[in-house]
Design a protein. Structure first.
Length: 242
């Protein structure tokens, strides 16, 4: 499981990991420069992050696995699928994009708060301001305790600004759209219709380009579909993987 931009393993809610671990050996990890991984040195690209993931699989003696990527993690998963399809059983792309000129960008307001986080780091004030761009308004209003916990989770081993900026730059340079026709792996695309960080239309672009994909939309969710609609997330995911 590969989380998104600047996020460490605390991004995944415990119930998500607990539920998936009942059915699969579940591996979560910190990308280079994030969480407990080594400090980022030198350039960082999606290709490098995919190679790091492949190296982790080799180190853990995982010859083949289901790969789930969320947001930037979904972009890394695409790159692994393009270069090492034999290592993937099934591919799950959540709240992500293939990049390129046809991809819909987030609003200027969302880009602004992400830019401020990238330049100033994860302060509690900025993380709180990012929550309305990350979760739907309805979910925030109905789950204040969860939002407070999630805010604090983002402050655990916060990612340093240079790494955050490197993630955003790597994302901005990436474009797999023309190559996705070469991915024959069974693929599940899941996306929230209220997503402000990776707008919903990006899921439609992925579905158009991937020859062996099915799409499930989460009508009430924004970017964090596994947090907002966990029961549906589990049901759809387990049905696809089993």
């Amino acid at each position: 499981m590969i989380q998104g931009t600047s996020e460490n393993v605390y991004t995944w809610d415990h119930p998500v990991i607990d539920e998936l671990s009942k059915h699969f050996k579940t591996v979560i990890f910190d990308k280079r420069g994030v969480g407990r991984s080594d400090k980022l040195e030198g350039d960082l690209t999606v290709e490098i992050m995919a190679a790091n993931l492949l190296g982790l699989m080799d180190a853990l003696n995982i010859n083949q696995a289901h790969i789930l990527g969320h947001s930037l993690g979904g972009i890394i998963a695409q790159e692994l699928a393009l270069n090492n399809p034999e290592r993937i059983k099934k591919l799950v792309l959540c709240s992500t994009t293939c990049g390129g000129s046809k991809a819909e960008m987030p609003s200027m307001a969302t880009q602004s708060i992400m830019g401020r986080l990238a330049s100033r780091g994860h302060t509690k004030l900025l993380v709180k301001k990012a929550m309305p761009h990350t979760f739907s308004k309805k979910f925030i209003d109905e789950n204040p305790e969860f939002i407070e916990k999630k805010t604090n989770d983002f402050l655990i081993m916060p990612t340093e600004p240079p790494t955050f900026q490197a993630h955003i730059a790597a994302w901005g340079r990436y474009n797999s759209c023309r190559k996705l026709k070469n991915i024959d792996i069974p693929t599940l695309i899941m996306h929230g219709k209220q997503d402000m960080i990776v707008p919903f239309s990006n899921s439609e672009l992925l579905a158009e380009k991937l020859p062996n994909a099915e799409v499930v939309h989460f009508d009430s969710s924004a970017h964090m579909i596994h947090s907002e609609e966990p029961d549906k997330f589990y049901d759809v995911l387990l049905k696809f993987l089993q």
